[in-house]
Design a protein around this ligand. Sequence first.
Ligand code: BMA
Length: 328
Amino acid sequence: MKLKVEAAAVPNLPWEDRPKGSADVVWRYSKNPVIPRNLIPKSNSIFNSAVIPYQGGFVGVFRIDDTRRVMDLYFGRSQDGINWNIEHDPIQFKCDDPEIAKFVYRYDPRLCWLDDRYYVTWCNGYHGPTIGVGYTHDFKTFHQMENAYLPFNRNGVLFPRKVHGKYLMFSRPSDNGHTPFGDIYLSESPDMTHWGCHRWVMGTGSWCYTKVGAGPIPIETSEGWLLLFHGTLTSCNGYVYSMGAVLLDLEQPWKVKYRGAPYLLSPQTLYECVGDVPNVVFPCAAIVDGATNRMAIYYGAADTVVGLAFAHVDELVQWVKDNALPSS
Ligand code: BMA
C-alpha cells in the first residue's frame, strides 16, 4: 500500500540523489557543511538550527554562539536552502511580561507551522534551561509567550497539528548541566500556554544509552508519526550524539509503534567529529516535498556548523519497520 505523507509540495527542496553504490537510507550532502561557522561576522559557530519553506524559498532560525560565547537565535533567508543570508543581529522577541522577556540564553530552535502562524520553540534560560515558546506571522515581528515548563528541560518539539483538539509537544526533562540522562516525554495543551497530561514516550537504547531527545517536527504518515531523534552514548572520550528514527501511533503519539534499532547517521565525517564539541550529529529540522516524499534534514555538526542530509520518507518508514526493536 502506498505510504501517505502529510506535506505540501516543495519543488525547490535542496536535494542530491543517493551516491552511486551506497545503500544508506540517509546520506549526506556532498558539499557539507552547508553553513560554515563564520557565515556572519561575529559568529563562533552556527549549528543546531531550524529551517522551513516560506513564500517559495526558505527561512530559518539559527543557533549562533557569538565570539563572546553568547548563545542566541538569528533569522535567515535562502532561495535554495543552501545559500543563506543570516541577519547579523539576534531576533528581538516582543513580550508583554518583563520576567519572561529577560534574555539569559537561547539555543537549539525548532520551527513549526501550526494553525495560522510559525511557532518557534527553543531551550530558554530561566533559572536553568527550559522550553521557550514564541511565534511569528511574517518573520519580521516575533512574539515570546510563557515558557512551557519548569526548568530543567530541553528539546521542546511541537506537533504540526492538534491531536484530539490539543496541542502536543515533546520535551526532555533534564538537569542544569550536560545532562547525563534523559527520556522523551509528550505533553498536551489547550492553549499553547498551559502544558500537562505528561506521557512517557521513549527511553534510552543501545547506541543512545545515555539520553535521547526529539529532533525535527514529527512528520505525519499513514504508518504513524515519523520522529527523528538524537541519542547519546558516553564514551571514554565524552558524549557521542547520533540520529535515529521511530514511528509513533497517530492517535496516541506517546505510544511507540516501531523503533529503528540502529542509528541512521552518526558522527563519521571530519566536520562531525572535529569542532567545538566533537562527535555530534544533532538534527533540528526536516523538510519534506509532498509531491515526491523526498526529505532534506538539517543537523548541527560538532556544535560548530550545519550539515544537510537526504532521505526518501517511504524508504525511511520501511527501514524503521524492517529494523524495529523486537519490543516496539
Ligand atoms: C546538548 C545541547 C546541544 C548540543 C549537545 C552537544 O546538551 O546543549 O545544544 O549540541 O549538548 O554539545
